[in-house]
Design a protein around this ligand. Structure first.
Ligand SMILES: O=P(O)(O)OC[C@H]1O[C@](O)(CO)[C@@H](O)[C@@H]1O
Length: 426
């Protein structure tokens, strides 16, 4: 299993002795846990170290939820929802009538309308809740939980307790106190793993397993990636290659990266990637701004800007080699739509051609190109891809001399809200 990285420039020119030394130092810092933010490097060895008992326990809980519920409402924001949302969206089939369990997210934004409509949708269905917050005090999911907990208690009385699962810190936070007081089943977000790096902990695994996907395969892919991207070799390690190219383009005057995909199913992988890279790197007046587009859709909205607008963008295509399913263009009798020249072409092949055409047009327009290719979309490859991004992001942030694992800037809006809404103490 590999992720192919292709760059429109001359990659070999980027791997200078200075860059190699820097990479060796970063590698050493990560693996001896001496790098900046080292207290949050627990995710690096997590896939390989995860015990079968833990995986089994998550699977059992997921099975229990599936056997008693039609819907699992997952409450969380940022890293507490994007990982599972991304994996579930990538693996699920659109238009499928859900036979098993439906996973619905809440608390990722604040809307009374959404919550009211959600609660009416839940009426008549069997429901479980998984509320996820590492800090246990993030206002948006806490607000959603206040309403949904009340809903569950009204519907199920004392039985609500067995339908609510809390994923939070082991030692602190309002959510932990609540969980202890009510006797909810609990999963721990490890101390040394931050929210945006937590997809392979209970934070991501429980909702993914409850949705019916194979978390053992997902972790298998992540474990392979952990082994594969462990060697600090810029000629073979594609996670390091991606980080080197990004740093080069940033220094060359391209502070915005657009992640482009031709696969609608990867839209939330892009959203997860945006938090991962944006929150890890955007500090101290530095960092690449991560943006995303889904093609062909956005070729007909943002394509003009990318081709011809202010030159500050580079574009990273996330492409998939093999389609899980496909259609072949057939010969029409009268060729009224003039598409017979495409007959015999699969729609996946059309997207390949569209990728080539778009990359070359945008390159001519002054947009440097990177492409990341995965073999296919399934649990194993997605697990592999997510780990690839996480380790690459750590290298990328360290190359910018940024601690990838804090997010001090997010506190500013929170403090302002507390002041505006007169939270005691603010
Ligand atoms: O899991 P928590 O503590 O509710 O935090 C949710 C998100 O909020 C942040 O702390 C700030 O956006 C993220 O880093 C995190 O993923």
């Amino acid at each position: 299993m590999n992720i192919n990285v292709n760059y429109s420039g001359d990659y070999s020119q980027l791997v200078t002795p200075e860059v190699k030394n820097r990479l060796n130092a970063i590698h050493e810092g990560i693996h001896t846990k001496s790098a900046a933010g080292a207290d949050f490097l627990g995710w690096v060895d997590w896939p390989g170290n995860m015990s079968n008992e833990f995986l089994q326990d998550i699977q059992n809980t997921a099975e229990q939820v599936r056997s008693t519920s039609d819907v699992l409402v997952v409450i969380g924001i940022g890293g507490s929802y994007l990982g599972s949302k991304a994996v579930i969206e990538a693996l699920s089939t659109p238009f499928e009538t859900k036979e098993g369990l439906e996973v619905i997210f809440a608390g990722q934004m604040v809307s009374g309308e959404y919550l009211k409509q959600l609660m009416s949708y839940l009426d008549g269905k069997e429901v479980s809740l998984n509320v996820i917050s590492k800090s246990g005090k993030t206002t948006e999911p806490a607000l959603a939980f206040r309403f949904l907990q009340q809903y569950m208690e009204k519907r199920y009385g004392e039985q609500a307790t067995s339908r609510i699962i809390v994923t939070t810190d082991e030692e602190k936070g309002a959510l932990l106190s609540l969980a202890i007081e009510k006797g909810y089943k609990r999963y721990v977000v490890p101390n040394d793993i931050g929210g945006r790096y937590s997809v392979f902990t209970a934070v991501g695994l429980l909702p993914i397993a409850a949705a019916g996907y194979d978390i053992a395969k997902l972790m298998g892919g992540a474990t392979k990636a952990q082994e594969e991207f462990n060697l600090v070799d810029p000629t073979t390690n594609s996670a390091i290659q991606y980080a080197i190219i990004r740093k080069h383009l940033y220094d060359a005057g391209y502070p915005v990266e657009i992640m482009a995909t031709f696969d609608e199913k990867l839209r939330y992988i892009q959203e997860w990637w945006k938090q991962l890279f944006g929150e890890s790197e955007g500090k101290e007046g530095k960092g690449i701004f991560p943006a995303s587009v889904v093609y062909s859709t956005d070729l007909h909205s943002l394509g003009q800007y990318i081709q011809d607008g202010k030159r500050m963008l580079f574009e990273t295509f996330l492409t998939v080699e093999k389609a899980n399913d496909d259609l072949t263009v057939f010969e029409a009798e009268n060729d009224g739509d003039e598409l017979n020249y495409l007959s015999g072409l699969t729609l996946h092949e059309f997207n390949h051609a569209c990728h080539e055409a778009t990359a070359s047009a945008h390159l001519d327009g002054g947009v440097p190109q990177v492409s990341l290719t995965i073999e296919q979309i399934d649990e194993e490859h997605i697990g592999h891809l997510l780990y690839f991004y996480m380790i690459s992001c750590a290298y990328s942030a360290y190359l910018l001399d940024i601690n990838p694992f804090d997010q001090p800037g997010v506190e500013d809006y929170k403090n302002n809200i507390f002041k505006i809404l007169k939270k005691p103490g603010y």
